[in-house]
Design a protein around this ligand. Sequence first.
Ligand code: CDP
Ligand code: MG
Length: 720
Amino acid sequence: MPSMAHSEARDFTKTKQPNGKIVKNGPKDESRRQKIAQQRKSLPITSVERQLVEEVRKNDTLIIVGETGSGKTTQLPQFLFNAGFCRDGKVIGITQPRRVAAVTVAKRVAEECGVELGQKVGYSIRFEDATSSSTRIKYMTDGLLLREALLDPFLSRYSVVIIDEAHERTVHTDVLLGLLKNVQKTRSQSTSQMSSLEKMKASNGTVLEKDNHAQSQSFQKSYHGTKFSPLKLIIMSASLDARGFSEYFGGARAVHIQGRPYPVDILYTHHAEPDYLEATLITVFQIHLEEGPGDILVFLTGQEEIESVERLVQERVQQLPEGSRNLLVIPMFSSLPSEQQMRAFRPAPSCSRKVILATNIAETSVTIPGIKYVIDPGLVKARSYNPITGMESLIIIPTSKAQALQRSGRAGREGPGKCFRLYPENEFSKLVDSTVPEIKRCNLSNVILQLKALGVDDIIGFDFMEKPSRMAIVKSLEQLYLLGALTDDYKLSDPVGHQMARLPLDPIYSKALILANQFNCLEEMLITVAMLSVESIFYTPREKLEEARAARKCFSSAEGDHLTLVTVYRASAEWLEKVKMANNKDKTAERSLSKWCKENFINNRSLRHARDIHSQIQGHVEQMGFRVASCGDDMLQFRRCLAAAFFLNAALRQPDGSYRALASSQVVQIHPSSVLFRTKPECIIFNELVRTNHNYIRNITRIDPLWLPELAPQYYATQN
Ligand code: CDP
Ligand code: MG
């Protein structure tokens, strides 16, 4: 083994655990179809196709539990399609908690069916739709199905809805479960009791009429004289928590699909690792240099971390002797453009090894072939909500036992594997058994807004599988009221509440756009909201700190981070325009934009994602009849608009240079990455709270404290 400062070997202790199952990967195009057919035949689910279809016929609600990789997500919809569940043009909908899963699985299934994506098989995720009128198997995010319910309250296009990855218990999954329970009940009663439909029509009619005429018409059409066929509901889950789901659905039947596990060696460190990223790097190279062939999957907590480890691995690979440089680093996180996500699924070039740096999307949502080694630092980034302060933040916490098991299982899919847990063995027993459902640790204003728009007024009485605390519900109701989305009696307000419910954004951002329309700065706010929707626009490599800082200065605005983001976006758009004028070729322009990003230390992936989001939201606001106007040089106007929108996140400077958030009285600090880090203005608004060892706030603009009672009297005029 070549000697390298960073490759000091780690000692791991070892326990055995069986896991995983067979995966094969067909690389060459010619034989690919055959290989895929063969692969499908060998999936555990294939041998039980007939029984499964029979179970779905017999049971309106079915719970299917099966090891990740057993073929649930890709095969079951095809089984049901072939069994005639799409007769009369009906659609099978499969929800995924993550965008990346919806996209990659739809691509795979389209390929398996030998059809073009967007035809028989398609996907639909927020800001991207690849479906057509001929789509019968539709993968989508759970959030998207919730939005569809706004337009089609009975989900009348669907004969089957499959809630996949239900064990993840995202807030959208939990709300969907409650909603689908109702829809299912109503639809099965529909043929005999048309009168109950009349009632529902009346209660939903208000929303639909206000939304727009076309939607209302489509509702009429689907409703009028229709005999709704019963809705088949299938809940799929990787881990074994079928009982909870079954109880919630009145003792619904649960079936288990057996996996074919290969043993996975679990290795722990002897001591706690002080720096888990460094420990990760060391372990990557230890595997690369000492272990047999097989790809490596590393679980990290987010885009920023992944990108910094990506750079470090690339740097260190260069220090290896030439014969050992065959290590290919591939990032994998949910906001990565889909064509880049696909890289992880391609086999590594011969004689080289892939190392995939992924967030927990690779735990269960996506199946990456070729993995033999898993590195698990044991951490995950999670949402956390404090109902007392009303603030939501992202924190890095230890995984649950269930997550750790899922992660290690990724190593044993094609043969025996190894999982390196970067913590001592006694730590494992201290982990919680399973993750707390998201609905119990997030701000509920988005959920409440959607439920209200669906005609569910009694939020506290809603049949949640696991009820959020009363305090969290009340706090979120109060926030929505302060944003003007709800009336005094907590009904959706007109037009603001209805407009906010239509926009696929956090309520606070939707409100910002509505206000910007009035403040004549919608152009600036659209850019701001798009840029705030992605992670880390700037990137600062450790070895080029000064250069990166200098580059960032060119975009910096003394007013704050929001305007800085607007400046970056506009500069990139101007650059793109110029290149397009000169070349007239989209491809060249895109390539040239990556170069521009690199020179300016802008994260190309994030910027592209922001551009996509921008064009989608622009479509929405234009449909709502808003005119995208700019306030030109009148920055005061834009800042006033920011203050009016984000008044709940205002903070005042304290004598010691820290800040006090006005709504929560929490002490917070300006994050060093903010352009206002040094200037420290007297009064600011911010968009993000990051909890590490400090309460850091990010994305900040300076405002005049006198604006608050003027622009948000509903909140500040009553305070002293
Ligand atoms: O849903 P479940 O975890 O049970 O399995 P699946 O996602 O249906 O995957 C079944 C098999 O399809 C995997 O083991 C892979 O071999 C293959 N697959 C793939 O090659 N590419 C994808 N994007 C998805 C699945
Ligand atoms: Mg699956």
